[in-house]
Design a binder for this molecule. Structure first.
Ligand SMILES: *Cc1c(COP(=O)(O)O)cnc(C)c1O
Length: 371
């Protein structure tokens, strides 16, 4: 594969940032790659492929129905379009051509209206919806969510994510209760979450996952849900969904990835912690640098290495150090959400022991000011 990097003059990357779209998300296991290859070399009745794989995935997850889409972002847009259009053939092809009659407001907690690389609000608008924020920047209770519901509400949307506000926000279970009270569907965006069953089991009508994140499939998305809702999502393939088409390789690749993901033993937080220990000892020896293990802020079983830079002692800002680490022969990427506090996080899920050594060598290099 080195030749691909050379031929197109691409920079090798060490991804210590987690499942990041800007770096190519994940590297699927061989059985997924094989399924993609097989799909690429074959023809299918596509409707048959969509329906049968959807049913298969639904059965695996104990859900009524499921369907593969092109990304979680597409999953949000299509779910919004699905609750607005349902099976209306005229609306299906006129979603953006005319003012939408009937409910089209999508109510979500204000602290869930986030930018995950693209804004949630953009996907809602793409699906013909109008975002209505409930609560405040720092809180949203069940009562506040309920208060934002009106006669134009089409659905409630809950973003289950580390990107979203965590404190003083109602739980998914409480959001289910609010949706039931108002007889509205609940859509849960669980794009990067690891549990493919729990939000459906809690009573969500549509649950969305990103195919390449936790599941480590090809670029794709998954929508799991109640039968009617999934049928309406599929119907969007003849409307806005056509611009978000998922190919046979994505459909079969994700189906195999889900099966494989459910079977294989997951790397535990404790294993990640053990992998991090020598790295933490090593970088802690660098003057002006300290490190420790921290746990995922969204409560997933993920341990990461938090590296803190004493900017005064080093004489450079963390942002400058991060920039240097990306511009070496190998680009090294960390989680940068807390760079303004002088901290980066090292996610080891896609990093080998050898690469961890390269990372600490390079931290030493940039902190010491060597080029
Ligand atoms: C990654 C992410 C998405 C988008 O997933 P894609 O498959 O890249 O479109 C949506 N919502 C949240 C919360 C995410 O983390």
């Amino acid at each position: 594969m080195a030749s691909i990097y050379e031929r197109y003059n691409l920079k090798p990357v060490i991804n210590a940032s987690g499942r990041m779209t800007i770096l190519g998300v994940s590297t699927p296991p061989q059985d997924v790659v094989d399924a993609v290859t097989l799909a690429m070399g074959s023809y299918f009745e596509m409707k048959d492929l969509v329906n049968k794989t959807g049913d298969y995935i639904a059965k695996l997850l104990g859900a009524e129905a499921a369907t593969v889409v092109s990304s979680a972002s597409a999953g949000i847009a299509l779910s919004v379009a699905a609750v607005i259009v349902k099976n209306d053939p005229w609306m299906l092809v006129n979603l953006h051509a005319t003012p939408v009659e009937g409910p089209r407001e999508i109510v979500l907690p204000k602290g869930h209206n986030v930018n995950y690389g693209a804004p949630v609000g953009t996907m809602i608008a793409l699906g013909g919806g109008k975002a209505v924020e409930a609560g405040w920047g720092n809180e949203c209770s069940a009562e506040q969510l309920s208060a934002a519901v009106g006669s134009n509400t089409a659905a409630i949307l809950y973003i289950k994510s580390h990107h979203a506000l965590q404190k003083s926000v109602l739980s998914v279970k409480e959001a289910v209760e609010v949706a039931r009270k108002h007889k509205l569907p609940l859509i849960v965006d669980a794009a990067a979450e690891e549990d493919l069953r729990c939000y459906y089991d809690m009573g969500a009508d549509l649950v969305i996952y990103s195919g390449a994140k936790a599941i480590e499939g090809p670029t794709s998305g998954l929508v799991v849900g109640k039968k009617d809702f999934i049928e309406w999502v599929k119907l969007q393939g003849q409307g806005i969904g056509r611009a978000m088409k998922v190919g046979k390789e994505g459909i079969l690749g994700l189906t195999v990835a889900i099966e494989s993901y459910l079977k294989r033993a997951k790397e535990t937080g404790a294993e990640m912690e053990a992998k991090l220990t020598p790295f933490i000892e090593d970088v802690s020896k660098i003057d002006g640098v300290s490190a420790r293990v921290v746990w995922d802020s969204a409560g997933r079983d993920i341990a990461r290495g938090e590296v803190s830079f004493d900017e005064k002692k080093i004489g450079r800002t963390t942002k400058e150090l991060i920039k240097d680490l990306k511009s070496g022969d190998v680009a090294i990427y960390f989680r940068e959400y807390r760079a303004n506090e002088g901290k980066v996080e090292v996610d080891v899920r896609s990093v080998s022991d050898e690469e961890l050594k390269t990372i600490s060598q390079n931290i030493r290099r940039v902190v010491n000011g060597d080029k």
